[in-house]
Structures are given as structure tokens and as C-alpha cells.
Design a binder for this molecule. Structure first.
Ligand code: SF4
Length: 394
């Protein structure tokens, strides 16, 4: 009989499992706290659990993390772990310490099927979805390894961003129990505002997340028009920008934050002109005519959706996060010069849109998303299939 890895359960799932063993539900809470709050992996150390339960668990269940392949610590304190997920696949997690928070960037898939043009993970192709326990194990390991390293018992990780390898909303069923464990007061007790799911725009799953587990939402936008976004984020052909923004509007009705974060990777000569910045302003302020045959965003959004001040009720409450591109040879793309990023940001700021330029962290250990491509086995040879044609910015 294969042992069950208890890292794969949220509290509700663990309660159901305990019931199957003929145990009272409240035992699950004790067990859950031992696992996630104390980092226990050995049933023998769970001193307030009845010996009979510990014996039962020891024969049927395990608490196993992912094997660590490597750990790199940057001069700026950023730490990157590479985990072995079997079959020649590896995923990465990155811890980013700041004065007022500690953020862990977590992976959801080995590889990714979306194939964004500017993303080295996308160029590897897709290997498989991570199981719930493999997603949770990244936080479980990082939190308790950091506590040991710092010799403290308080929580170190205050924020989680699902921005590592993979499209989290294409692994929805495994993602949600892991999010619930992150939020659970008996687990990691993270605020919904401090857990962010980042998506390239899987519209139906944005709607499901709003119903099942609304956390902060970040959307990889990267282009102000469908013509350009089709080239950069191929999923746009299935869920074009108007549909995506309508889903964002619906999400805002349940979101823990009153804005959506739009990620925008700055690509030299592709999506970084002042004209494109102006187009982006028109897009998020709802001042652009809808695509033919599609409803105008504001009409598509249910009542109760929040809008930014001054947007005339037709825009979407958002923040823009401009991301310096981390070039890799297969992309055929280069990073926008700083002055161009600044000019782009100024157009947005002048239009009253909250805009930040992401600080690069951990450059000396290649800590940006997907930069371990060379170390992870490519199962699909997608890089051969991906066209390296220049991006047409029009
Ligand atoms: S940016 Fe995200 S969704 Fe796009 S290919 Fe990379 S991992 Fe996948």
C-alpha cells in the first residue's frame, strides 16, 4: 500500500482522512498544526496525539518534502531552491526578503503549456502538473528551513506569489487545496491579500477562483492589443483581452484587494513605445471601443465591480507592474533600456494609473522566473517548434 503524503491535504481533506481512520475530526486540527506550524515530519514527536493514532499514521501516512537539488543565496539575501520532482523534472522556489515582508515565489507545474514568448519556462514545454503536496511542500520546506536558519520560531514568510514555473490556473484542482492550507489559521495563516495567483488569463478558472478561494490576482498582460498579445501570450487567441478584462472585473467583486495587478514585461521595440503606453491607458480606463462582436468591458461586468477614481465608471481598478525582461537566447528578444521603461511608466502615471517598476532581485543567482531552463529536462522540444520570428509591435 502506498503511504499517503499528508502535505497533500487542506484541513478539510485531513479531517476526512482522519474520519476514514475512525478518528475524531478535531484530531485533524492537531495534526495539521504539527505539520504546518511546527514543521514536524515524524509522527513520534507529536506529543499531544494519542499513541494509538500515531501508530496508525506511521503505518499508512508520511510527511515528505521534495528533495532539494540546490540552494543558491544571493548577495541581496534572495534564496533560490531547486526541487527534484522526479522523471528528470525540477521546479524552483524563490524567497525574497524585504524590510516589511518575506515573499515566497512558488511553482505550480513542471514546465508550462502556455508558451509565452518571453518566458524561458514556456520555452521548455510542459511536463506535468504538480500534485497538491508538491505545491504545499515548497512553502512547508522554505518556512521551516528559514526559521532554522534564522533561529527563530515566528513566521518568516508573510506573502506567497504563485509566479514560479507553470500556469497555476491550468492546475486548478491541485492548486486550490494548497491555497487553502496557506490561508488556514491552523496552517500558515496568510492573509488573502498576501497570497497572489498570477495567471496568463485562463478566463473560466478566474471565475472559479473567485467562487472557491478568492485571493489577490495578478494577470500577465504584456500587450495593449490582441494583435500583439497573440504573439507574446498564445493563450490570448483563446481568451482575448476584452474577455480577460471582463473576467477581471467580475473577480473584483470578491477579491480581497480592490485592484487587479497587471504584469507587463518590457520588451525592447516590441511592447514598450509611448504610443503603446497610451493604448494601455485607453484599455484599462475602458476608453477603447470593444473588439467587434464583443461586449464593452463595463457592460460585461456585473454590478458591484469597483472602478478606479476618475475612470468614468468604465475602467478597471488596477496597478501596472512593469517588469525588466531577463533575456535568454531562444527568445530572440531583448530588455527595454531603462529610459524607455521610465518614459512608458510616465505615460501611465500621468494618466493616474498606479505604476511600479519591479526591482530585480537575486540577479547573481538567476532568481527570475524560469531561469533554470537549462537545468530542467526539456521533454517536448517546444523550443524547436517555437518560432523565433521578430515580434511585430503593430
Ligand atoms: S509566463 Fe507563466 S504562463 Fe507564460 S509560459 Fe511562463 S510560466 Fe507559463
Amino acid at each position: 500500500m502506498n503511504a499517503v503524503n499528508l502535505l497533500g491535504f487542506d484541513l478539510q481533506g485531513l479531517a476526512a482522512y482522519c474520519e476514514q481512520l475512525g478518528e475524531k475530526k478535531f484530531r485533524a486540527t492537531q495534526l495539521f498544526r504539527w505539520i504546518h506550524q511546527k514543521g514536524a515530519s515524524d509522527f513520534a514527536e507529536m506529543s499531544d496525539l494519542a499513541k494509538s493514532l500515531r501508530d496508525k499514521l506511521a503505518g499508512r501516512a508520511v510527511i515528505h518534502g521534495l528533495p532539494v537539488i540546490s540552494e543558491h543565496v544571493s548577495a541581496d539575501g534572495t534564496i533560490k531552491w531547486l526541487f527534484d520532482v522526479g522523471g528528470g523534472n525540477a521546479v524552483e522556489s524563490v524567497f525574497i526578503p524585504e524590510d516589511d515582508r518575506g515573499t515566497l515565489c512558488v511553482s505550480s507545474q513542471a514546465g508550462c503549456a502556455v508558451g509565452c514568448r518571453f518566458c524561458s519556462t514556456g520555452h521548455q514545454g510542459f511536463s506535468r502538473n504538480l500534485e497538491t503536496w508538491e505545491i504545499t511542500a515548497q512553502l512547508w520546506f522554505a518556512e521551516h528551513a528559514l526559521r532554522k536558519r534564522l533561529n527563530i520560531s515566528e513566521r518568516v514568510i508573510s506573502n506567497v506569489v504563485m509566479m514560479g514555473m507553470g500556469e497555476p490556473l491550468q492546475n486548478y484542482d491541485n492548486l486550490v487545496p494548497s491555497l487553502k492550507t496557506m490561508l488556514d489559521d491552523h496552517g500558515y495563516g496568510l492573509s488573502r491579500r498576501r497570497v497572489t495567483v498570477s495567471t496568463s488569463g485562463v478566463v473560466p478558472m478566474i471565475d472559479r477562483l473567485r467562487e472557491d478561494c478568492p485571493v489577490a490576482l495578478a494577470v500577465s498582460l504584456h500587450a495593449p492589443t490582441d494583435a500583439l498579445r497573440d504573439q507574446l501570450v498564445p493563450l490570448n487567441k483563446k481568451y482575448p483581452i476584452d474577455e480577460l478584462l471582463a473576467a477581471c472585473q467580475r473577480y473584483l467583486a470578491a477579491a480581497p484587494r480592490d485592484f487587479i495587478t497587471f504584469e507587463y514585461c518590457m520588451l525592447d521595440g516590441a511592447n514598450d513605445s509611448p504610443e503603446q503606453a497610451a493604448e494601455l491607458v485607453r484599455l484599462v480606463k475602458g476608453a477603447r471601443p470593444p473588439a467587434p462582436g464583443r461586449p464593452k468591458q463595463a457592460d460585461a461586468a456585473p454590478s458591484g465591480g469597483k472602478v478606479p477614481a476618475g475612470a468614468g465608471g468604465a475602467g478597471i481598478a488596477c496597478k501596472l507592474n512593469l517588469i525588466p525582461f531577463n533575456p535568454f537566447p531562444a527568445s530572440g528578444l531583448t530588455r527595454s533600456p531603462k529610459a524607455r521603461v521610465q518614459a512608458f511608466a510616465e505615460v501611465l502615471l500621468e494618466a493616474g494609473i498606479v505604476t511600479t517598476v519591479r526591482k530585480t532581485r537575486g540577479d547573481d543567482i538567476d532568481a527570475a522566473c524560469g531561469q533554470l531552463a537549462g537545468e530542467v529536462q526539456d521533454r517536448t522540444r517546444v523550443h524547436v517548434r517555437m518560432v523565433r520570428a521578430p515580434v511585430n509591435p503593430s
